[in-house]
Design a protein around this ligand. Structure first.
Ligand code: HEC
Length: 268
């Protein structure tokens, strides 16, 4: 019994010694160690230089317009791929997730976050935004705008375009003419629908700017006064000098609600 135990102990010691020897052999095989020189290559470098014109996997952005929304440095006014119902539905879904909290589901810039004190977000139905090229929406989502952070990290390139297309549809929904729909179909005004449904006249009107919204305080009216300043003419002045910096104009200094920090641009 005792002998057996001694034998097994010797055997296991031998096994350990054997394995250690093995490991040493593997350890000492010729190989490159990062940042250490080698005599194998003539230039003495173990780290090989990149082959010229190499493009990392997934980073060949051949379709420049798709990735930038720019044509020769200017915002373009076309979609980089055909707009189908599927694209619009995807855009609607993504818009309602990522944009509606500030811009509201109808896109008038008075979402819930604005009602809680954030700077009034842009109204997509005012003349200025209606006239902007679709590449502008893509650009704003990619790089942010004034106090609006960018959404490049949250919204992939293809979804940014889908959202841009949906914003165009939203705009059309508020300004459609009979000539915009196929013959025989009819366009109804929201105010008429409200009347038919027995809703109050205010249903189709402008939303009143929430008393908590930042732009009202910036305009000098008393905060919390509950005034009924309409959106549009009282939209905050754009600060052109510090776009995409995540800062608002100097008029915003010392406000209680700081603008959110910008998210780092994605490598999409
Ligand atoms: C956290 C709130 C917030 C969210 C979320 C948000 N925005 Fe904005 N957005 C703003 C604010 C505030 C402004 C006005 C910025 C300014 O003038 O400084 C703005 C402005 C804009 C403008 C107008 C730029 C111009 O030329 O006037 C566009 C377009 C826009 N947003 C698109 C979007 C889209 C698309 C999304 C969703 C991916 C989105 N925003 C999500 C707050 C937001």
């Amino acid at each position: 019994m005792r002998l057996a135990r001694q034998i097994s102990m010797v055997a296991s010691l031998a096994a350990v010694a054997l394995l250690a020897g093995c490991r040493q052999d593997m350890h000492n095989q010729p190989k490159f160690i990062p940042q250490r020189g080698t005599t194998f290559y003539a230039d003495g470098r173990s780290v090989r230089p990149q082959v010229e014109n190499t493009v990392a996997r997934g980073q060949l952005h051949e379709d420049e317009y798709f990735y930038t929304g720019l044509v020769a440095g200017k915002e373009g006014d076309m979609m980089p791929f055909p707009v189908t119902m599927q694209v619009l539905e995807r855009g609607q879904e993504r818009f309602n997730i990522y944009c509606a909290p500030c811009h509201s589901r109808v896109g008038n810039g008075q979402g819930m976050i604005v009602q809680r004190g954030y700077k009034v977000a842009a109204n997509f139905h005012d003349a200025k935004r209606m006239a902007q090229p679709i590449g502008h929406y893509f650009n704003v989502m990619s790089h942010g705008y004034g106090s609006m952070p960018d959404y490049a990290a949250q919204v992939p390139v293809v979804d940014r375009w889908a959202i841009a297309a949906y914003i165009r549809a939203l705009q059309l929904s508020q300004a459609a003419q009979a000539s915009d729909v196929p013959a025989g179909q009819h366009v109804e005004k929201l105010s008429d629908i409200a009347t038919d449904e027995g809703l109050p006249a205010s249903f189709a009107g402008e939303w009143t700017l929430p008393a908590t919204a930042l732009s009202e305080m910036m305009n000098g009216s008393a905060a919390g006064a509950g005034s009924s300043t309409p959106v549009g003419p009282t939209m905050p002045k754009e600060s052109t000098s510090n776009r995409a910096t995540g800062k608002t104009g100097s008029g915003n200094a010392g406000q209680a609600v700081p603008p959110p920090a910008s998210v780092p641009p994605s490598r999409q």
